[in-house]
Design a protein around this ligand. Structure first.
Ligand code: ZN
Length: 80
């Protein structure tokens, strides 16, 4: 009797897929205490789609790093 209830509870507890955008950490020290620095548009070229290059800086160890993702900067965003 309690077996079926247990099973149902387990199904309800199943979490949705992890949010891929919230797991960013410093590549050097692993800290998630970082600051957004700048964002740069990389124009599309032959065989290459438009990319957004975002720069971050770790507040803990001061490591700076960049991440590139496919995309286009939204209009109305201030210049870097
Ligand atoms: Zn760091």
């Amino acid at each position: 009797m309690s077996g079926a209830i247990e099973l149902r509870r387990k199904l309800l507890e199943r979490r949705p897929a992890m949010d891929m955008q919230t797991s960013r950490t410093c590549p050097k020290c692993g800290s998630d205490n970082y600051a957004f620095r700048s964002r740069k548009q990389i124009e599309a070229s032959e065989g290459q789609e438009a990319m957004l290059e975002t720069k971050y800086r770790c507040k803990k160890c001061e490591k700076e790093w960049k991440e590139k993702v496919p995309g286009v900067l939204k209009k109305g965003t201030p210049r870097e």
